[in-house]
Design a protein around this ligand. Structure first.
Ligand code: ADP
Length: 439
């Protein structure tokens, strides 16, 4: 039997028996038993009152015997364990606060409705948050940059994050990312990327300056080479082949330099492209003729299917560069006589799509995500031999990004490739005319 229950029976029984014995001596055993019972009840009532008093914060846990003694013992143990747990949790919270204070990145815990629950010291420095003043405020009321507001309301890819200048100073560039956790809760992480952006700018400037500096000497070399090759009779026969190769390589270098300058220009300007009304159907006619000339004896068949009234608002130079890169790629990277279809159509949502489809060899899936990286080629030596610079798709991607447009690539070995440029409705404008096809 349990210790407390045994004691309890002994105590209750003892009081009853003592009362009955004392009553018997006095002549009324039943009255004595009743007195014993009342004393037993009074003892219980006293312990109930002690229990109630001990439940106050910081009160001592009383001691007793019987079931009450056991109850008080358990209460004492539970309280001791709870106090130890509180101490442990306190230490964890303290360590968390110390480590989050040491974090260089801002961290802000947000409730379901976007209100600030907690933030670390870096959040106060980078985002200008003040505690406790801003706790409970919506984050979009405190960080008011439009780009951040749009990102927070769900515009764009959450994993990509968003860049915006720090509220504490325009020269500090921040990158914010929201991570969901728990039930509807969010953690906002903000990094200071000023140095990264500065280094990128230095790199871009270096590439642009170096390309620019190389342009003049190359032009001079090319000029002399041209002068020598137009009058071959003045040049010994054994120099004809070396001169031809030197001219080819100089042209290649010029193309690389032009592409690097174009890329540096596109990368350097993060604003939206300048916007005039661009006659895309006309531009595609020209691009088609140039591509046919580029193909020459390789005799590619170029089909054009355009919506004649479909124009775009944007930069003519950049759109032309993007479209002609895709078309010349189709010529360069497909076998002689391949069929290349150029399509310029409105999309059901009011936007527009330019598509270049070929029936060439296609590209294996593992290369597709990397195709628009600078100098990434599936077959580098073949690309070089065909006059490729390895920068074409990088230019296409940047030129499209500056128009808020997207590059899509569908390709599979043996099935040809389909490169698409998808424009949103806000860039599309109509200038009369109808759909036209040319073979
Ligand atoms: P390049 O100057 O080599 O054409 P790009 O950046 O334009 O450089 O293209 C990168 C690579 O993508 C090319 O080297 C080629 O391997 C592949 N590629 C591009 N367009 C096509 C296409 N239409 N068909 C097959 N491969 C292509």
């Amino acid at each position: 039997m349990i210790r407390g229950a045994g004691e309890e029976i002994a105590l209750g029984g003892g009081l009853l028996a003592t009362g009955a014995l004392a009553g018997a001596v006095a002549g009324t055993a039943s009255v004595g038993a009743c007195v014993g019972l009342v004393a037993y009840l009074a003892w219980h009532v006293r312990n109930v009152l002690r229990l109630r008093a001990s439940l106050q914060v910081d009160a001592e846990t009383p001691e007793s015997i019987g079931l009450w003694g056991e109850l008080f013992d358990r209460l004492y143990r539970t309280r001791r364990e709870a106090a130890a747990m509180r101490r442990r949790l306190g230490l964890i919270v303290q360590r968390f606060e110390e480590s989050s204070a040491a974090l260089p990145d801002a961290a802000v815990l947000l409730a379901e409705d976007g209100r600030i629950d907690w933030c670390n010291e870096a959040a106060q420095r980078l985002l200008g948050l003040r505690t406790p003043r801003d706790l409970g405020q919506r984050i979009t009321n405190v960080v008011r940059h439009p780009a951040f507001g749009a990102y927070f309301s769900g515009v764009g890819d959450p994993a990509e994050g968003v860049e915006f200048p720090s509220p504490s100073g325009d020269e500090v560039v921040l990158q914010a990312q929201v991570v969901s956790f728990g039930q509807g809760r969010r953690l906002l992480v903000v990094r200071d990327i000023t140095k990264v952006r500065l280094l990128e700018q230095v790199r871009r400037d270096f590439v642009a300056n170096a390309s620019h500096e190389l342009r003049t000497p190359l032009t001079v070399i090319f000029g002399f080479l041209e002068a020598l090759t137009v009058e071959p009779d003045n040049v010994p026969q054994r120099w004809h082949r070396p001169l031809e190769l030197m001219t080819q390589q100089t042209v290649r270098m010029q193309r690389i330099i032009d592409d690097m300058l174009m890329l540096a220009r596109l990368e350097g300007d993060t604003s939206r492209a300048s916007s005039g009304d661009v006659n895309v159907p006309n531009m595609l006619q020209l691009i088609r003729s140039e591509a046919q000339a580029l193909s020459g004896a390789r005799a590619h068949r170029l089909e054009l299917d355009v919506d004649d009234g479909l124009w775009l608002r944007g930069s003519e130079l950049e759109l032309r560069s993007a479209f002609s890169n895709l078309v010349s790629n189709a010529v360069q990277h497909t076998p002689d006589g391949s069929l290349i279809r150029l399509r310029w159509r409105a999309t059901p949502d009011g936007g527009a799509r330019f598509e270049v489809q070929d029936n060439g060899e296609g590209i294996a899936a593992e290369h597709l995500p990397r195709l628009s990286e600078r100098f990434y080629r599936v077959d580098a030596s073949r690309s070089r031999a065909r006059g490729g610079t390895g920068l074409g798709l990088a230019i296409v991607k940047h030129a499209l990004a500056r128009h808020g447009a997207e590059l899509t690539i569908h390709s599979a070995p043996g099935e040809g490739s389909r490169f698409g440029c998808v424009f949103t409705a806000d860039l599309v404008c109509r200038h009369g005319g109808a759909q036209r096809s040319a073979g």
